[in-house]
Design a protein around this ligand. Structure first.
Ligand SMILES: CC(=O)N[C@H]1[C@@H](OP(=O)(O)OP(=O)(O)OC[C@H]2O[C@@H](n3ccc(=O)[nH]c3=O)[C@H](O)[C@@H]2O)O[C@H](CO)[C@@H](O)[C@@H]1O
Ligand SMILES: C=C(OP(=O)(O)O)C(=O)O
Length: 428
């Protein structure tokens, strides 16, 4: 079992470069199979969700060559098996993008129900509704979603009942090669929706309106190869921003799109950090003065739910009572029990957390209950007095490339240790 061991108290200082966006990459790699020719994709993050995506592609007959750490060559000309089995979907939410991508490519898909972070109920009814509108009949059988379009996919008018990133992406993937026009209303507007549209358009797709709540897709017969660079990861950047504020640090975060970070910047300034925006970088200076605030997570351009555990952790270090409301997921406060071990005073009632800022945290053994909850434990450990040991770090490695190395370069005292289960913790 691997753990992170952090000795807290160091101010993080220096520069860090953000990797490509996980949530864009996990959509763009499946999208590459829609092409009739090979694609080269740059700025791919080196994380375990991408390792898993590459395994899925490879087992279905797609040739994937790793050109360098962040560049992949994907040749989808010889797909033999439009099936994604349980062992490849159980740890990864975005495996369901192969539903839309395989339908668009081959007219049928068999994809095991997806895993991913446990944030409460994660139904896929809107995905199935959208794909059915395009002409995909199907059923869920023994945990396997089986969809088929016997007469070919046809453009349709789809209105989502709720704003959903995943269903918006799945319908985009299936609709690009459908006949006629597809209109998605109440579409998600996240930066990775726009990135996926830009990628598909660079292969010859005709997608208009991505980034607004109405996306129009005129189906095309063929998509050609492309060379494309994925956008920087909004959430990785936001996480380093919070780390600077939490450690009274001063970090220049490079390879970012400041516009994607606005909702985070505004809240950090309100809490007391200094945020300086440049063209493709952002500097955050932790002043040591942290003030209470109220935050509600919302679909883009609102404050992202994937930054909720990080900002809640920061607010445990602030003066006064803060309120964080989770506006997307039913159960995204499970990590609060772990923060309590470190001295945090937080009460949770459903989707609302009330944080009584205590000004400081104490190191303790904790576990990562999911990806962002896990990185929140790192933030807590960096700011806390003493030693924090974090278990179940495989969750963190789903979405943060080289986090330990990046943090050490900023002056953090963090190391990854291998510790067999039931072994006594290492003395530092
Ligand atoms: C791989 C990826 O990009 N994951 C992100 C994606 O997840 P994901 O795409 O799974 O999240 P959605 O935007 O689809 O979910 C939003 C809300 O809609 C509900 N819902 C969703 C689909 C559906 O068919 N029915 C339904 O009721 C969900 O339960 C949730 O309450 O967006 C989330 C919200 O920004 C982020 O936290 C995840 O990091
Ligand atoms: C919830 C997340 O990911 P996933 O949807 O892949 O579980 C996340 O990135 O915070």
């Amino acid at each position: 079992m691997e753990k992170y061991v952090i000795k807290g108290g160091n101010r993080l200082q220096g520069e860090v470069t953000v990797s490509g966006a996980k949530n864009a990459a996990v959509a763009i790699l499946p999208a590459a199979i829609l092409s009739d020719e090979p694609c080269t994709i740059e700025n791919v993050p080196n994380i375990s969700d991408i390792d898993c995506t590459i395994k899925i592609l490879t087992q279905m007959g797609v040739q994937v060559k790793i050109i360098n750490k962040s560049t992949l060559y994907i040749d989808p000309r010889h797909i033999v098996n439009p099936t994604v089995p349980y062992d490849l979907t159980k740890n990864m939410r975005a495996s369901y993008y192969f539903l839309g991508a395989l339908l668009g490519k081959a007219g049928s898909a068999r994809v095991s129900m997806p895993g991913g972070c446990d944030l409460g109920a994660r139904p896929i009814d809107q995905h199935l509704k959208g794909l059915a509108s395009l002409g995909a009949d199907g059923a869920v059988d023994h945990g396997m979603v089986h969809l088929e379009s016997k007469n070919g996919l046809k453009g349709a008018h789809i209105y989502f009942d709720i704003v959903t990133v995943g269903a918006t992406i799945n319908v985009m993937l299936a609709a690009v090669k459908a006949t006629g026009l597809t209109v998605i209303e109440n579409a998600a507007k996240e930066p990775h929706i726009v990135d996926l549209a830009n990628f598909l358009n660079s292969m010859g797709a005709e997608i208009m309106g991505a980034g607004t709540d109405v996306i129009k897709i005129r189906g095309v017969k063929h998509l050609h190869g492309t060379q494309y660079s994925i956008i920087p990861d909004q959430i990785e950047a936001g996480t380093f921003m919070v780390m600077a504020a939490a450690t009274k640090g001063n970090i220049l975060i490079k390879n970012v799109i400041p516009k994607h970070l606005e909702s985070i910047s505004v809240k950090l300034e309100k809490i007391g950090a200094i945020v300086e925006e440049y063209d493709d970088s952002i500097r955050v200076i932790g002043t040591g003065r942290l003030e209470k605030t109220s935050i509600k997570t919302l679909p883009h351009p609102g404050f992202p739910t994937d930054m909720q555990p990080q900002i809640t952790t920061l607010l445990t270090l602030a003066e006064g009572t803060s309120i964080v409301t989770e506006g997307i997921w039913d159960n995204r406060f499970k990590y609060v029990d772990e923060l309590r071990r470190m001295g945090a005073d937080i009460s949770v009632d459903g989707k609302v957390a009330v944080i009584e800022g205590t000004g400081h945290l104490m190191g303790a053994p904790v576990k990562a209950t999911d990806l962002r909850a896990g990185v929140a434990m790192i933030i807590a450990g960096l700011a806390a007095s003493g030693i924090t040991e974090i278990e179940d770090i495989h969750h963190i490695e789903r979405g943060y490339e080289d986090i330990e190395l990046k943090l050490r370069a900023l002056g953090a005292d963090i190391k990854k240790i291998h510790s067999p289960e039931n072994e006594m913790p290492l003395a530092l």
